[in-house]
Design a protein around this ligand. Structure first.
Ligand SMILES: Nc1ncnc2c1ncn2[C@@H]1O[C@H](COP(=O)(O)OP(=O)(O)OP(=O)(O)O)[C@@H](O)[C@H]1O
Ligand SMILES: [Mg+2]
Length: 352
């Protein structure tokens, strides 16, 4: 006999997860977004026990002794370490329930998870299995651009073409949505993380200076930009001189950082152009009228809207809270599962 929802609701929260390469966000039904932490898990390499997850584990990245490994369980938007992904989902499910009056020792939530649109069936099954073994009793998988579109109130079920571009850490997902389905989709493995690597490489080849990824990420957030602006900011950065092997400090300007990031930005623009070429004419006209919606952390790059407008000749709309668009969509779907009747998704069976 299947138990009714009110029965389960006494014991467990339903949650939505944006399982990102860089960040994992979790929302609880009717409570909004409750967790946003980096997607990192730290293990003891000998005993395989989990030492820390999320923000705590992030601090250990690149700073661990031999006995500890801190890893990102997802790469390019898909699971690259199954056990670490399961442990991470488990940690978030437990964290959500920790201070709650719900009294199941092992929470058994229904979980809506955002997945990249280009994911294979095998990769989908890995996400479902990881969530079920972390305690979920049922899993719904929604493609991230669809979830993001729902999250930013795009009318996804109408006969209207909308173009969503989600620039995350591992992937840039480009999707044309109409009538609850994805009509054209493209996912490329060039996004925020690649731009961080671009900065590392640029500084190494121009200044013979080696910097870590955390430093490069900090530079990207502070100076990252896609389009010239009036004031040209700069900052001092520390690294190791490759030739001398000694610490060195240099000053770097935002013009240089724009140059470093431009190749990756152009690859994303090229992929959007290709998606537009594959889009039926009626939908193109909707997109030209309504603009392209930008979500994901990469939407926060200064001047990205100006660069995209110049190159694509279509207005660009940046989401109010680009990092949360996918999880906000998951949250809306949790509040009204009947939304699923009109949009594409896949789900697991219910494990009681
Ligand atoms: N202000 C900013 N300027 C430039 N890049 C930023 C900014 N804020 C965040 N980012 C970048 O956005 C990326 C993270 O975005 P997001 O959280 O949407 O990715 P994700 O969902 O974890 O990844 P994916 O969707 O690929 O699995 C990181 O590469 C981060 O450096
Ligand atoms: Mg994402």
């Amino acid at each position: 006999m299947a138990f009714s929802d009110p029965f389960w609701n006494m014991f467990t929260y339903d949650i939505g997860i944006d399982l990102g390469t860089a960040n994992t966000l979790v929302c609880v039904r009717n409570q909004g977004v409750t967790i946003s932490e980096p997607s990192v898990v730290a293990f003891n390499s000998k005993t395989k026990t989990v030492l820390a997850v999320g923000s705590e584990a992030q601090k250990m990245l690149g700073r661990t002794p031999a006995s500890i490994v801190a890893i990102r369980p997802l790469k390019d938007g898909v699971i690259s370490d199954f056990d670490a992904t399961r442990e991470m989902i488990k940690y978030f499910i437990e964290k959500v329930h920790k201070d709650s009056p719900k009294f199941f020792k092992i929470p058994r939530p229904r979980v809506v998870i955002g997945i990249p649109s280009a994911i294979t069936e095998v990769e989908k099954k890995a996400v479902i299995d990881a969530a079920i073994s972390a305690g979920a009793r049922k899993v719904y998988l929604i493609e991230e651009p669809m979830a993001a579109a729902v999250g930013i109130n795009v009318p996804v079920t109408e006969p209207l073409g909308s173009l969503i571009v989600d620039i995350g850490g591992g992937t840039s997902d480009i999707a044309v949505i109409s009538l609850g389905g994805i009509v054209v989709d493209k996912s490329i493995r060039v996004a925020g993380d690649e731009m961080t690597v671009d900065i590392v490489n640029y500084i190494r080849s121009k200044y013979n200076l080696l910097i870590g990824e955390r430093t490069a990420e900090e530079i990207k957030i502070k100076l990252g930009n896609a389009y010239p602006r009036k004031d040209n900011k700069s900052m001092e950065i520390k690294g190791r001189d490759i030739l001398l092997g000694l610490p060195k400090v240099i000053k770097i300007s935002e013009v240089e950082i724009r140059e470093a990031m431009s190749n990756s930005l152009n690859i994303i623009i090229e992929a959007i152009s290709e998606a537009l070429e594959e889009t039926p004419p009626e939908l193109i006209s909707d997109i030209t009228n309504n603009g392209i919606y930008l979500t994901g952390g990469g939407a926060q790059i200064s001047g990205i809207n100006k660069l995209f407008l110049e190159k694509l000749k279509i207005p660009i709309m940046i989401a109010d809270d680009p990092l949360s668009s996918v999880v906000l969509g998951a949250s809306k779907i949790l509040e009204d599962l009947s939304l699923l009747e009109n949009i594409s998704y896949s789900d697991s069976e219910e494990f009681l």
